[in-house]
Design a protein around this ligand. Sequence first.
Ligand SMILES: *Cc1c(COP(=O)(O)O)cnc(C)c1O
Length: 359
Amino acid sequence: MLNFTVGPVMSSETVRAVGAEQVPYFRTAEFSALMKENEALVKEFAGAEENARVAFITGSGTASMESVIMNVLTPRDRALVVDGGSFGHRFVELLELHEIPHTVIKLPHGTALREERLKEFEGQGYTAFVVNTHETSTGVLYDMPMISAFCKRNGCLFIADSISAFLADPFDMKELGVDIMITGSQKALACPPGISLIVLSERSIRRVEENRCKCMYLDLNLALENGERGQTPFTPAVGILRQIHTRLLEIKEHGGAEAEIRRTGNLAQYFRNRLAEEKLPFEIVSEAMSNAVTPLRPLTASAYDIFLTMKDEYGIWICPNGGEMRDTVFRVGHIGDLKEEDYDVLIDAFLDMRKRGLL
Ligand SMILES: *Cc1c(COP(=O)(O)O)cnc(C)c1O
């Protein structure tokens, strides 16, 4: 199997080996120590401030998105939310569901958020800014330093869903003044799905403490309290947390977040260069790309048909899109345990499809 989707992605051999082990009982000093190490490494890789904390949630990324909306924001807030694709739209739905007053900044698919667009929201009393660092569905990486400056000028709490950007694109919580960063186990962490995590600044921890969350399972106060001793309130996905630990140590050993981001960026560049060299009939559709993924519009065939042929006839997974973009856009991911040679295999498959008249 060769998997270029954006999650679940390919895991390294060492991470898979941990997945094959028996899952241990977890109310132990050993597991607590492992969790404290997980927290320290995530904070280091996210560029979090010293007093930041990490909550490990059993549930996919959306569980952490919902937990953040429920624990950090209240009906007294006024949030600005960027909706440039399906993940931005998910935040809009969560804000609606939890009755948080908000204004939507809707962007056509594939377009960047620009300074001019933000102007009309200056000095309007917004209290929070909610954005996906990288809108994975369309492959648009937002200008985080620009949003950071807006948040600082306007005193907004800065909530960044970096689920697909963490470890793929440069990101420093302290430098950007990000209060909440969310990520998940199945993206660049390259582990199985099932765990998502939330890094909270001191300022956002205070908010969590002041608010009362009307959900037991996603209550961040409980998560943070238990986390002080390296534990979780309920039985977590123990096996995945052990795999995350192995993966974090692996990244640390190979030079940390910076090296991992560089590696991912090089892979993305390699693939994009080869696409251009071979003159494949695809067009890049994003105005501002992340290292995590290349979003492509095929000019001669349906995106979904290409996905199916690749999967069924070549054993290669590229990432299809849902909804309106089903037939127009597919994506090629660069996160996970991939090498340049893997992209050669993918390019060869595209060339073969072209020879067969399928492209
Ligand atoms: C993958 C992803 C999510 C989370 O989706 P889940 O399926 O719940 O893990 C959220 N936001 C972004 C930007 C993502 O890439």
